[in-house]
Write a protein that binds this ligand. Structure first.
Ligand code: FES
Length: 193
């Protein structure tokens, strides 16, 4: 079979290409190939970053959520339950869910509006606690843990009191950062937020 492309006929006086030293055409072809590889690699960087973004980014990120105007909780004398819409980033997805918290009176001379925000998740195994106005205590319906009105542990099997959540007041609104804590242990360890 004939070679392709066909060899260019030698012009009179032109020196033949030395087999060990590729001529100008071969060098240009090599340069073109290397250039193509480099440009291709550069162009693929944004594509890789786009695809791998969720892998290298922290997958979960809960945003601060608004509970309500702080004026709503001024002067409360006992726990007030609030269901709060929380936005969470999970890789590419934005997840919206409702979290149950309790706002309790808390006098600590801080700028937190004299309230404290507690998670309603029982630190034993994660059931939601209820506030019992008759006993002035929180009850867990699952295994009977009881917590005082300030969230302190009264009776197990839970190993610690209800978990306080980070809170702040912005533009007159009480805000909180929802966190999950390790269940079943005495220490308060954040496992995700
Ligand atoms: S989950 Fe609350 S006592 Fe077990």
């Amino acid at each position: 079979m004939a070679d392709w492309p066909p060899e260019r006929p030698q012009t009179p006086g032109e020196k033949p290409e030395h087999p060990d030293f590729p001529g100008r055409r071969s060098f240009l072809a090599l340069l073109l190939g290397v250039g193509t590889v480099i440009v291709g690699a550069l162009l693929s960087v944004p594509l890789f970053r786009f695809v791998l973004f969720p892998v290298f980014k922290s997958t979960t990120g809960t945003k601060w959520a608004t509970i309500g105007p702080i004026s709503k909780f001024e002067g409360i004398t006992g726990p007030v339950q609030a269901d709060v819409n929380v936005e969470q980033q999970d890789g590419w997805r934005e997840i919206y869910s409702q979290k149950s918290v309790f706002v309790i009176p808390w006098h600590d001379n801080s700028s937190n509006g004299n309230v404290r925000v507690l998670s309603a998740i029982c630190p034993h195994m994660g059931c939601l606690v209820h506030f019992n106005k008759d006993t002035n205590q929180f009850d867990c319906p699952c295994h009977g843990s009881i917590f005082a009105a300030d969230g302190a542990l009264v009776r197990g099997p839970a190993q610690r009191g209800l978990d306080p959540l980070p809170q702040k007041i912005v533009d007159g609104k009480l805000r909180m950062l929802f966190e999950y804590f390790r269940e079943g242990i005495k220490q308060r360890i954040v496992v995700s937020r």
